[in-house]
Design a binder for this molecule. Structure first.
Ligand SMILES: [Zn+2]
Length: 255
C-alpha cells in the first residue's frame, strides 16, 4: 500500500483516539517506517501476511501501553498496521499489474471519502475486544482482494479494531489472574514430572549401556535425547491450555 493510503487511515485513527499532535506524528511516521526498511534491502514481503511480525509488534505496543510509554506504543502499533494493511493488496511478485493498478487506486482520495473512512473506523472500534486471541483470529481472516474499495474499508476496520484492542481496558477480566496462577502451578508440576521421568530414562539408559556397550551410541541417543524430548513434549510442550492463558495474562501484564 502506498504512503497516502497508510497515512489517511492513520490520521483518521488518530482523530478517533484523540491523539495529541505529537503522538499523531509518531503514529504517522511509524506507519511508513517498514517501507523505509525495504529501501535498505530488508527482505521481507509486505504483501503476504506477516503474522509473526504483526503479532510481536502488537504485543510490544500493548506492553508499552501498560507502561504508559505512548511513543513506543504508537511506534510498534504503526509498524504492525503497515504490514496488516499491505497484506490486503495482491503481491507484486505474483500479480505485478494488478498490484500496481490497485495500489495506485487506493491512493485516490475519492475512493473512500472521509465519511466512509470514519464509519469504517467506528465499526472497527465497536467490534473490538482487548485480547490477543481476538487479534490472532482477526489476522487469520486477512486476505487480499482485487476490490480497491473493499481493501480500504477492510484496512480501516481492521486497523481500528486492532488499535482498540491494544488500547483496551488495563483491568484483566474476572478470574483471569486466579486461573493463570492455578494453571501455572500445574504447568510447573508438569515440568518437574518431565524432569524426573527424563532422569529415570537416563538412569535406565546408563544401566543398559553398561550391559550392552556395543550399542552404547544408539542407547545413548535413545535414552538421553529421544526419550527426554518425547517426555518434555508430552508433559510440557503440549500444555496448550497454559500457553493460551499465559498469553492472555501477559496481555494484561500479570504474567
Ligand atoms: Zn509496505
Amino acid at each position: 500500500m502506498r504512503r497516502r493510503a497508510h497515512t489517511r487511515i492513520a490520521a483518521e485513527l488518530s482523530r478517533k483516539m484523540r491523539l495529541s499532535k505529537e503522538h499523531e506524528k509518531i503514529l504517522l511516521d511509524a506507519i511508513l517506517e517498514p517501507d523505509r526498511w525495504r529501501s535498505r534491502n530488508f527482505r521481507v514481503s509486505h504483501h503476504y501476511l506477516q503474522y509473526d511480525i504483526i503479532l510481536s509488534h502488537l504485543k510490544m505496543a500493548r506492553k508499552a501501553y501498560l507502561e504508559n510509554n505512548m511513543p513506543s506504543c504508537l511506534y510498534h502499533l504503526g509498524i504492525a498496521l503497515h504490514f496488516l494493511q499491505d497484506a490486503l493488496i495482491p503481491s507484486p511478485r505474483e500479480f505485478r499489474q494488478a498490484h500496481d493498478r490497485i495500489e495506485a487506486r487506493t491512493e485516490d482520495p475519492n475512493l473512500l471519502h472521509e465519511a466512509g473512512l470514519r464509519e469504517a473506523i467506528d465499526v472497527g472500534f465497536k467490534t473490538s475486544f482487548p485480547s490477543p486471541k481476538f487479534i490472532e483470529r482477526a489476522l487469520l481472516k486477512v486476505k487480499w482482494t482485487y476490490d480497491e474499495q473493499h481493501i480500504i474499508w477492510k484496512a480501516a476496520v481492521l486497523s481500528a479494531s486492532i488499535a482498540a484492542a491494544v488500547f483496551g481496558s488495563r483491568n484483566p477480566p474476572d478470574g483471569l489472574e486466579e486461573e493463570y496462577r492455578e494453571l501455572k502451578k500445574r504447568h510447573n508440576r508438569r515440568i518437574l514430572a518431565a524432569s524426573l521421568t527424563s532422569l529415570l530414562s537416563a538412569a535406565g539408559g546408563s544401566f543398559l549401556i553398561l550391559q550392552f556397550s556395543e550399542f552404547s551410541i544408539l542407547l545413548f541417543l535413545l535414552f538421553f535425547l529421544f526419550m527426554p524430548l518425547v517426555i518434555f513434549h508430552k508433559f510440557v510442550g503440549s500444555d496448550f491450555e497454559f500457553y493460551d492463558i499465559e498469553e492472555e495474562a501477559e496481555w494484561y501484564g500479570i504474567a
